[in-house]
Design a protein around this ligand. Structure first.
Ligand SMILES: [Zn+2]
Length: 159
């Protein structure tokens, strides 16, 4: 009835297709990532999973995460200086890193923009993935709703 149930069906299907068993640990880890889409780190996921599976170890959480990434259900997000984060949004999207709060927001990317980006590569180069990260501040009200896009300046924060 809720979308988490449906996601578990997806999880089972993907795992089985990859020759893996759906274990309660894998299910809980996946559910936790879907529940709160705030790009948690493995440590944060571990803390949340522990409330449901008190005996789970961090190593098991890492194993589950690796499996979910392998199955293509979750993607890893690496920002400089930070721990790897996990994102269940499988559509091509950019991330906006709010430097004030440390929060990471998903930013939808129009398909034609992605095609254009691929075209800037020299002949013979093919990208499997493109990672785009904006850094700046989020939360100010949008001036023209529905017209937001990655054309916005990509602020380069100093290190
Ligand atoms: Zn994301």
């Amino acid at each position: 009835m809720n979308s988490t149930d449906k996601s578990c069906a997806t999880l089972t299907k993907r795992l089985t297709a990859s020759g893996l068993r759906p274990t309660p640990q894998r299910e809980v880890v996946f559910k936790i990532i879907l529940e709160k889409r705030d790009h948690p780190t493995a440590d944060e996921i571990f803390a949340r999973v522990k409330s449901q599976l008190p005996t789970i170890s961090l190593a098991t959480v890492y194993n589950c995460l690796e499996t979910l990434v392998q199955c293509g259900l979750v993607r890893q997000v690496n920002l400089e200086r930070g721990a790897t984060r996990y994102c269940p949004n499988l559509h091509e999207h950019a991330h906006f890193h709010d430097e004030a709060t440390g929060q990471i927001h998903d930013v939808d990317l129009p398909a034609d923009l992605m095609a254009q980006l691929r075209e800037v590569l020299p002949a013979g180069f093919a990208a499997n993935t493109i990672e785009l990260t904006f850094r700046g501040s989020a939360g100010s009200p949008p001036e023209s709703a529905g017209q937001r896009g990655p054309a916005a300046s990509n602020a380069h924060g100093s290190n």
